[in-house]
Each structure stands twice: as C-alpha cells, then as structure tokens.
Design a protein around this ligand. Structure first.
Ligand code: PXP
Length: 247
C-alpha cells in the first residue's frame, strides 16, 4: 500500500498567538518545525473572520515552505482572489459559518453544483489541486466528481465525535460509511484525503483505508505538542499511521 501523507494543520498555533494579539507563537515557525519533522504538507485555513490564520501568515507560509501548502478556504470571491494570487499547491474548499467553533459539516456540493463548478475552474486553471471537504455521502462525492474536483477530503468529525462520546455503534457506522465512500471516490478517479478531529485513538482505522492518500490533522497534534513537543507528537502520529498501513 502506498505511504500515507501527513498534512499538519497549524491554525491553532495562530489561535494561541491571537489570544494575546502579539507575534508568538508563530504558526510559520511551527510549520517549518513540522516540515523538519517530516510533514508531507502544511494546511492552513484562512477564515473570513481571520480568527486564527491571517493574510500575512499565508504570505509567509508561501515564502517559507518547501512542502506543499494546502490552503483551506470558503467558496467566496475574496478567498478565490487570494488563492489565485498565491497559487498554492492545493486549495481545499470548506463550508464556513461565522458562528461555528470549527468546520462543522462537509460542503453541500450537490445543491450548489453549478456555482461550485464555476468557482473552482479558475483555481484548477491556475494549477492548484482542488479538494472538496465533504461528508461520506454518495451524492456529494458524485457531485464533487462532476464539478471537476481532483481530490475529496472526507470529514472524519462525526466518527471522531462518536468515539469521544463512547457511542461505538455510531462510530462504527460512520467508519463503514467512510470506507465505502473512499472506495467509491477512488473508483471515480478522485484522490481521497481525510481529516477533522483525528487523535491517536481514532487515526488507525482511517489510516488503514487503502484509498486514503493523506490525512490532515491539526487541533489534537498542536494540543499534544504542549506536552511532548511538536516533533515527538508528530512522530507518534506517524508511527500509528504507518502501523495501520502495514497491518
Ligand atoms: N481538514 C479540514 C478540511 C479542516 O477544515 C480541518 C480543520 O480546520 C482539518 C482537516 C483538521 O482538523 P483538526 O484540527 O480537528 O485536526
């Protein structure tokens, strides 16, 4: 099985920085550390309200990184302009609500098919790999394929939440859905990624799906790095991913 890529989401380094409004901790420094520790990519979400990552962080990441940047963005004109200016390796289109604490669900692709097809075309033309963050739902996956996305990222949040709540029946149902939908997406020629809420306890079953090529992990890794440092925190995640892949 091909090696699974680990994308490290550094948004919450910026969350801590912004709690005080100064320059530290610097998310770009975290990204460079993650890169040195073997991250295959860095993910950053520039939200409309700039609650964590800011425009200057994206400028600095584009300048500093040698691994690919996965630029998470809502499907807005403002974000499209920023993405077209920077032309990051990948753009991941996510739903965004001002009042949410984190990206709660997947993108509604099926209902917005025409607008989204129109929206992503210039991003693809600019050379960005277009990824769509969606729930493990056949309608959404087929729509993502029709609009010309190259990648889908499966939202692992429902699976991780069920695990955290001890609702193992729901967790296993969510896992099965993701397994089936990863296979469907792959059969359509889409590259499959996954992420949101993954921890040491939940990563292995998802890492074991042969169609999944990349996991994007942030909040847990950044939290864990308070206790063990970013590089050891990542090394443990990598060990679990590799173990799942080999099994
Ligand atoms: N993938 C996508 C598309 C996301 O929106 C997020 C959260 O910003 C993540 C992965 C990472 O999720 P977490 O921070 O919970 O690991």
């Amino acid at each position: 099985m091909s090696k699974l890529r680990l994308g490290v989401n550094i948004d919450h380094v910026a969350t801590v920085r912004n709690a005080r409004g100064g320059d530290t901790p610097d998310p770009v420094r975290a990204a460079k550390l993650a890169e040195d520790a073997g991250a295959d990519g860095i993910t950053a979400h520039l939200r409309e309200d700039r609650r964590h990552i800011g425009d200057a962080d994206i400028d600095a990441l584009m300048e500093a990184l040698t691994v690919p940047l996965n630029f998470e963005m809502a499907a807005t004109d403002e974000m499209q302009k920023i993405a077209l200016r920077h032309k990051p390796h990948a753009v991941c289109i996510v739903p965004e609500k001002r009042e949410e604490r984190t990206t709660e669900g997947g993108l509604e692709v099926a209902r917005e098919e025409n607008q989204l097809a129109h929206f992503i075309a210039p991003l693809r033309d600019a050379g960005c790999r277009v990824s769509i963050f969606i729930a493990a739902d056949q309608r959404q996956i087929e729509a993502a394929h029709r609009i010309g996305a190259q990648v889908i990222e499966l939202h692992t949040g429902a699976y991780c939440d069920a695990h955290a709540e001890g609702d193992f029946k729901t967790r296993d149902i969510e896992l099965e859905k993701m397994r089936d939908m990863a296979a469907l997406a792959h059969s359509l020629g889409l590259e499959v990624h996954a992420g949101h809420g993954l921890t040491y306890d939940t990563v292995k079953p998802v890492a074991a799906f042969p169609e999944v090529m990349e996991l994007n992990i942030g909040h847990f890794l950044i939290g864990e790095s308070i206790f063990r440092g970013l590089q050891p925190a990542m090394a443990e995640m990598r060990r679990l991913m590799d173990e799942a892949r080999e099994a």
